[in-house]
Design a protein around this ligand. Structure first.
Ligand SMILES: *Cc1c(COP(=O)(O)O)cnc(C)c1O
Length: 430
């Protein structure tokens, strides 16, 4: 069933570390060998052995309207004829910036980069440059890319591989990273008081997606907003996952809380390598060439990446009903998963907000990293394979949210629910 994938994985390991270009792809936590993908269309992934899967990763978010969405494919094909990069400004970059501003109204200026990592790394540097402070607060289990400062209690990838301390990140850097449990406002207040006038920024996934899906508790984001305003701390919403997914204006719009700086990735590039960070002019004007906080990129604002992202974002803006459709589908799936799991007798929790959803096998509410880690994740790992064998491609770790695309129709959702019933019966009878 997986012969060609196995052969490719063998070959890949001879020339690529671990055979993959990003660790979570390696199936290491769930065990087994990764499946190699040949192509995808709509809700479906096709592997090199002729198997097909209903896709709940969607390239970790970007394929919110499904794979190979025609308008994006066409736009890229047209644009590529005019060369792939110039290293000089283009009108398209202005169109993109204006479109982002129209979707997230509290953004005055926005800088394009090439990944979510770059966006978060640059936003943090900017917050430090702007405030003249060094420390920042992040939350256990939140992932903000792989820049040194963020690789402290950093969620999915590291949790999946049980990496506690990352070799190569110096103590000096790690010492400036303060961490709190997600949803623990009291702990944030204590840290801020203890490090009075030293905290440059609080960065958070406004809906966490890198320890499974964990929504913010009532009043939590509002509390962070208040603390930041009172203490002159820059509030950074890492919307790499939630941006353009939870609403046209992301979590800021969906949850009615404004950040000072916002970072984007994933959906913003429609599957091309794109990130962005933006915010109020007062802060953003400190970025070079306006200010002294240096940040640059040879390929930033790349025309092919911009036309792909622009085409997708424009569609999301114009067809606002996409968001209610996505939510309806996710709620339908949630109800089906709920029924399938309750039949099995195994304790579970389903967390969901908008088109983000995940299952934790726990009899306790899952509200932070500790409660996510305390779940029966070994069982999830077995479930992953039982689902894969049935043609359902879930994220290969219990510490990841599932990404719903609008290409999923009732037939695929029903197939997923039926597969879960079967898979649970198989696993629990064994
Ligand atoms: C994926 C992700 C990142 C990192 O983005 P890359 O494009 O992989 O560098 C940062 N923050 C969050 C919340 C993410 O989900």
């Amino acid at each position: 069933m997986y012969e060609s994938s196995r052969a490719l994985f063998e070959r890949a390991q001879q020339s690529i570390p671990g055979g993959v270009n990003s660790p979570v792809r390696a199936f290491k936590s769930v065990g087994g060998d990764p499946v190699f993908i040949r192509g995808a269309k709509g809700a479906w992934l096709y592997d090199v052995d002729g198997n097909q899967y209903i896709d709940y990763i969607n390239s970790w978010g970007p394929m919110i309207l499904g794979h190979a969405w025609e308008p994006v494919v066409k736009a890229i094909q047209e644009k590529v004829k005019d060369s792939t990069s110039f290293g000089a400004p283009t009108a398209l970059e202005i169109d993109m910036a204006e479109l982002i501003k129209s979707m997230a109204p509290n953004i005055d200026l926005v800088r394009m980069v090439n990944s979510g990592t770059e966006a978060c790394m640059s936003a943090l540097r900017l917050a430090r440059g702007y405030t003249g402070r060094n420390k920042f607060i992040k939350f256990e289990g939140c992932y903000h890319g792989h820049a040194d400062s963020f690789l402290v209690k950093a969620g999915s990838g590291l949790a999946t591989f049980n990496i506690q301390k990352v070799p190569g990140v110096t103590a000096g850097v790690a010492n400036d990273t303060l961490t709190c449990a997600y949803n623990d406002l009291g702990a944030v207040q204590e840290l801020v008081t203890h490090h009075k006038d030293q905290v440059a920024a609080i960065i958070i996934e406004p809906v966490a997606g890198n320890m499974g899906c964990i929504p913010p508790a009532e009043g939590f984001l509002e509390g962070l907003r208040r603390i930041c305003t009172e203490e002159g701390i820059v509030l950074i919403f890492d919307e790499v996952m939630t941006g353009f997914r939870l609403a046209p204006g992301g979590a800021q719009e969906r949850l009615s809380v404004d950040a000072d700086l916002v970072t984007y990735g994933k959906v913003i590039g429609a599957g091309m390598p794109v990130g962005a960070f933006g915010g109020k002019k007062e802060i953003m004007q400190h970025i070079a060439p306006l200010g002294k906080v240096y940040q640059a990129g040879t390929l930033s604002g790349n025309p092919i990446a911009m036309i792909a992202g622009y085409t997708l974002l424009k569609a999301l803006q114009e067809r606002n009903e996409i968001y209610s459709e996505l939510e309806e589908k996710t709620l339908y799936l949630k109800q089906g998963l709920d029924e399938a799991l309750s039949l099995s007798g195994k304790p579970y929790r389903i967390n969901q907000l908008g088109s983000m959803i995940s299952i934790h096998f726990s009899d306790q509410p899952v509200t932070d990293f500790a409660s996510a880690a305390a779940s029966d994740n070994a069982f999830f790992n077995r479930l992953f394979h039982a689902m894969l064998r049935r043609g359902i491609y879930l994220p290969p770790s219990a510490f990841e949210t599932w990404f719903i695309s609008n290409a999923l129709e009732k037939a695929e959702l029903d197939q997923t629910i039926a597969a879960l019933k079967e898979a649970m019966a198989e696993l629990l009878s064994a």
